[in-house]
Design a protein around this ligand. Structure first.
Ligand code: NDP
Length: 437
């Protein structure tokens, strides 16, 4: 904590992993002998840079850019870019740390990294977004490469931003290096299913958890926070599997739709019109807008079987957990990174609610990014069906690995410990094999 002052989210993420590792360190003293704990929470490299750009009025704006190259024991650094005013060095470090273990859990050859900027895309024109992305990449490009570091999207970075970033990388490096970024458009090196992958993967993971208790999403009532990339496709897949998603949200408030969220309408509002979620109730008379409340508030109005936080970190608190428990929730899976606070997780587990941590439950996004890299490396394109089948298999394996590891260490059903231990041991073993680096 003394070496990383003011990085509360990073401390929280490290503590969450280290809290699970007691039995592993007892069983394998070499991890202590090799100072693996000290090494694994120190990023291999951190880059912080100035991003100057001109707004539409010709005024020069300055933002701060980050790329944390956390761990390359298993492959090139891989992890998204976040553009949001809340982004600080500690945010990027917490996300990068989580990413290392998540990427290990996918079983694919990718190390962990994360990046972003405190730039706020809200209310900016297309031209401003493009100039910002170009300026970001003008510095970032020298640290990236398909065998070095491969960013993707995250909050505030979708297909449009990846396009501008890729265009600038191509222009200044004079290389059509498809595998340098993932989340690209389908006609220029992107993979089918990448857009849907994180949300779909979270839902597959939830379904596997429910099956361990003889339940399923069919007929279940769900709340899903957010209405961005992850949330939209989590809503779509939950409803495809027979569930009804009765609540969604954005940072201005939540909607309760007892008949089930109309995904096409929500996508049109958030992705095409880029408006606020309150617009949803204009077109759906039975729906209700709850201003300034997180989506868990809907649990005051109706029973809930499943809750998927898919917006941002620390958005599901102990009080929210209580509300969900009272509404009968059976499973919570993190589509976002670290959305549930440690106290919320403790409450849910005490109440025997199935809990899928983000580094396992939302690993489908980065896994499909790795599949995009495979397609780029072989200059191939796979069909939607084949790619979705690969995603489904990966999520089944991630779930099985977490469950088996929890069982092996005498904590059956504890997916948090299972994910932390399985991810940690894989990375630690590779670090030891590669020597003191
Ligand atoms: P988007 O930018 O597409 O959507 C984010 C959603 O969350 C929006 O609805 C946004 O509301 C809301 N939100 C963001 N910040 C806040 C906040 N501080 N308070 C309340 N609501 C907020 O991002 P993604 O869907 O890509 O990412 C969501 C989460 O999933 C993040 O934690 C991300 O790290 C994680 N994740 C994403 C992956 C991906 O493939 N995209 C992969 C794995 C994890 P508004 O529109 O009002 O800003």
């Amino acid at each position: 904590i003394d070496r990383n002052p003011g990085e509360a989210e990073f401390h929280q993420a490290v503590k969450e992993v280290f809290d699970s590792l007691g039995p592993v360190l007892t069983k394998f003293p070499e991890y202590t002998d090799e100072s693996i704990l000290e090494r694994i929470c120190e990023p291999e490299r951190q880059i912080i840079f100035r991003i100057p750009w001109s707004d539409d009025q010709g005024k020069v704006q300055i933002n701060r850019g980050f790329r944390v190259q956390f761990n390359s024991a298993l492959g090139p650094y891989k992890g998204g870019l976040r553009f949001h005013p809340s982004v600080l060095a500690g945010t990027v470090k917490f996300l990068g740390f989580e990413q290392v273990f998540k990427n290990a859990l996918t079983g694919l050859p990718i190390g962990g990294g994360k990046g972003g900027s405190d730039f706020d895309p809200k209310g900016r024109s297309d031209a401003e977004i493009m100039r910002f992305c170009q300026s970001f990449m003008t510095e970032a490009y020298r640290h990236l490469g398909d065998r070095v570091d491969v960013p993707a999207g995250d909050i505030g970075v979708g297909r449009r931003e990846i396009g501008y970033l890729f265009g600038q990388y191509k222009r200044i490096s004079n290389r059509y290096e498809s595998g340098v970024l993932t989340g690209k458009g389908i006609t220029w090196g992107g993979s089918l299913v990448r857009t849907e992958a994180t949300g779909y993967g979270t839902v597959y993971f939830t379904e596997h958890m429910l099956h361990t208790r003889g339940r399923s999403l069919d007929g279940a009532k769900a709340l899903i926070s957010g209405s961005g990339n992850v949330a939209l496709y989590a809503i779509e897949k939950t409803q495809e599997l027979g569930g009804t998603v009765v609540g969604a949200s954005d940072s201005s408030g939540s909607v309760y739709d007892p008949q089930g969220i109309d995904t096409d309408l929500l996508r049109e509002i958030k992705e095409v019109r880029r408006e606020r979620i309150a617009q949803y109730v204009e077109a759906r008379s039975q729906a209700e807008f709850i201003p300034d409340r997180r989506v868990w508030a809907v649990a005051e109005k109706t029973a809930v079987d499943v809750a998927l936080p898919c917006a941002t970190q620390n958005e599901l608190t102990a009080e929210d957990a209580e509300l969900l428990i009272r509404a009968g929730v059976a499973a919570v899976a993190e589509g976002a990174n670290m959305p549930a606070t440690p106290e919320a997780i403790r409450r849910l587990r005490e109440a025997e609610v199935l809990f899928g941590p983000g580094k396992a439950a939302n690993a489908g996004g980065v896994a499909t990014s790795a599949l995009e890299m495979q397609q780029n490396a072989t200059r191939d394109t796979w069909s939607f069906e084949y790619t979705e089948q690969r995603l489904a298999e990966i999520m089944e394996n991630v779930h099985a690995r977490c469950a088996a590891t929890a069982e092996e260490y005498g904590m059956p059903g504890d997916y948090v410990s299972g994910a932390n231990i399985a991810g940690f041991t894989q990375v630690a073993d590779a670090m030891i094999a590669q020597g003191v680096i």
